[in-house]
Design a protein around this ligand. Structure first.
Ligand code: HEC
Length: 153
């Protein structure tokens, strides 16, 4: 069997020359909408990711650090500000963009444009908030930092 027939066969079987043992990179998100978590419901995202710091009901917390509340928070007037905070992080707030540089220990949790939009829209329509100008996944995409340049060496 020559390489022309061998390669497609290996692809079909899910085999590769760079085996799992030598490649520390986790697989890319399985789904462009639901990302690595597998769901994009705003409430589910809030409860599973954000609530640990921002607390149930968006009450926020002050203790070992200050976690802003999402109740009576005038900064929520800007959906762009919220989405940019989620994408880029902000002081002790982690970034939920796909990491530019992979390391074996980096927690592989990052959010798609749809997930960011849905969690922002959830927060802005719950916890006593009544903003009706929903942000779209396209608007989130426009806020993402530019792709880092490909390494050439
Ligand atoms: C590990 C803890 C942690 C997690 C998890 C977390 N945040 Fe935060 N978040 C913070 C901290 C701390 C700040 C305050 C940052 C600063 O000093 O300005 C913050 C700030 C924010 C702000 C800006 C609020 C303001 O008043 O300026 C928004 C919006 C926000 N977070 C949304 C989210 C969303 C949505 C999620 C879930 C996807 C999330 N955060 C998950 C810790 C966290």
């Amino acid at each position: 069997m020559n390489a022309r027939t061998l390669l497609p066969l290996m692809a079909l079987l899910g085999l590769g020359f760079s085996g799992a043992t030598t490649n520390a990179q986790p697989a890319p998100p399985p789904d462009p909408i639901n990302g690595v978590l597998g769901y994009s419901d705003g409430q589910q995202l809030y409860e599973n990711i954000c609530q640990g710091c921002h607390m149930p009901g968006g009450k926020g917390a002050v203790g070992a650090g200050a976690y802003p509340a999402f109740v009576d928070n005038p900064r929520l007037a800007s959906a762009d500000y919220m989405a940019a905070t989620i994408l880029n992080g902000r002081s002790n707030m982690p970034s939920f963009s796909e990491p530019a540089i992979w390391t074996a220990w980096y927690p592989p949790t990052w959010l798609t444009d749809t997930q960011v939009a849905n969690v922002v829209n959830y927060i802005r329509s719950h916890f006593g908030n009544h903003y009706s100008d929903a942000i779209t996944p396209e608007q989130v995409k426009a806020l993402r930092p530019a792709e880092p340049a490909e390494a050439t060496n």
